[in-house]
Write a protein that binds this ligand. Structure first.
Ligand code: SF4
Length: 404
């Protein structure tokens, strides 16, 4: 039977978080069967993008990673923290904003995989049972690791309902492959990656989670939880239930279960420590969120294959426009993100009232309709805002011409 452990943290202090992580690990049977002396162990937090605050629930807090680090090191293994943030995001900025630089200053290795210094170690790995991609680009550190521990946060996601430890593995891919995952089939690709990299443990930082507009612009939920299991599917089934999602609703959980990667039947999962009913609290879904002040006449159309980079940029650009008093410019606008099909456009969409965000939207609808587009893959905020404003107002960046 798969075991999932749940613990409440007594406070935000490192000592209390360490105690909760240690109890979770003890309750799932310790690390001896998965970590051996001499192993090189990757600890993979979720640092997808720079958050407004490190405890906003969008990124993994350092205390949880450090607790795992100390346990792994005590076993005579070599733990290494590693991450590459979403496409278009500077991982180094996120590392600094989230307090991981302080760990580095204490001699804890945190590898920014996207650092140019690591370019020489980029390698190709075959994808086991690759249903979408037969191989993928990663780094030798990932290829040669003896064990991978995935350390996500408890949060919702606009494409996959929730995003936890299995999807968190995407940060071990080069950017080109992250984009391909989104454009060719995110759920299948993530399950392929789980089968290939075989992470041995998931520890969820559920101290602060995020609901609504996840993965980075959601609303913070203080949950004070640590959840862990050696069965990632069981871990995400339990975490999903805590957030109010049935496992069948979460495509990654469901498909991973159907592939035999773990247990999704709650009757076959032993929950130890706190019970689901004691700690569950429904998270607001992305589909239930409205951006305050966004005109009702504005349509933001996300294709389900749009990457996190484009998603985050658009949401954050809308917040920028709100902050700068530019919401009126969104009246009657259609904002098209990702490889949107022409039939998904609202009636009357034309070059005056519709803007294509990113290269995918340019290719699928932008070129054919002569839309102006936000240049990039993904574009940056200023480019998106300027593309929306068009020639109605200068925003301080070059005009994103439909002809580029
Ligand atoms: S344009 Fe956006 S959705 Fe398309 S591949 Fe680039 S980042 Fe992904």
């Amino acid at each position: 039977m798969s075991i999932v452990a749940i613990q409440k943290t007594a406070s935000d202090s490192f000592e209390d978080i360490k105690k909760a992580v240690a109890k979770v690990v003890e309750d799932i049977g310790g690390l001896e069967d998965i970590i051996k002396p001499g192993y090189k162990v990757i600890i993979k937090p979720n640092l997808v993008a720079t958050p407004t605050d490190r405890l906003s629930g969008g990124v993994t807090r350092w205390e949880v990673c450090m607790a795992i680090y100390e346990m792994v090191a005590a076993m005579g293994a070599t733990p290494i923290l590693a991450e590459s943030s979403a496409c278009g995001v500077n991982t180094e900025d996120v590392i600094k904003k989230c307090g991981y630089q302080d760990l580095r200053d204490q001699g804890i290795p945190f590898i920014n995989l996207k650092d140019k210094a690591n370019n020489d170690t980029i390698c190709t790995m075959p994808m086991k049972h690759g249903t979408i991609l037969q191989s993928f680009k990663t780094w030798e550190l990932v290829r040669d690791a003896d064990a991978i521990i995935t350390v996500p946060v408890l949060k919702t996601h606009d494409q996959t309902e929730i995003t936890l430890g299995m999807k968190n593995l995407k940060g071990l891919l080069c950017d080109v492959q992250k984009k391909e995952f989104h454009t060719k089939g995110l759920v299948d690709s993530v399950c392929d990656l789980v089968e290939t990299l075989k992470p041995c443990l998931e520890i969820i930082d559920g101290t602060y989670g995020q609901q609504g507009l996840g993965p980075i612009y959601g609303e913070t939920r203080k949950m004070d939880l640590i959840i862990g299991s050696k069965d990632l599917v069981a871990c995400e089934t339990v975490a999903g239930l805590i957030m109010g999602y049935e496992p069948e609703e979460v495509m990654i959980t469901k498909q991973a279960y159907e592939r035999g990667l773990g247990e999704m039947d709650i009757d076959k999962i032993e929950v130890v420590g706190k019970q689901i009913d004691e700690v569950k609290s429904r998270f607001k879904r992305t589909s239930e969120v409205e951006i305050e002040g966004l005109p009702a006449s504005c349509n933001v159309i996300f294709d389900y294959q749009a990457c996190t980079g484009c998603h985050n940029t658009v949401i954050s650009s809308l917040f920028d426009m709100k902050g700068e008093g530019l919401m009126d410019y969104l009246e009657n606008m259609n904002i098209v993100v990702g490889p949107v099909k022409p039939e998904a456009l609202p009636e009357g969409a034309n070059a005056d009232n519709t803007v294509a965000i990113g290269l995918c939207a340019k290719k699928t609808v932008g070129d054919a309709l002569g839309l102006r587009w936000a240049v990039g893959c993904p574009p940056n905020n200023a480019t998106v805002v300027q593309a929306i404003l068009g020639d109605r107002r200068e925003y301080g960046t070059r005009y994103a011409s439909k002809d580029e």
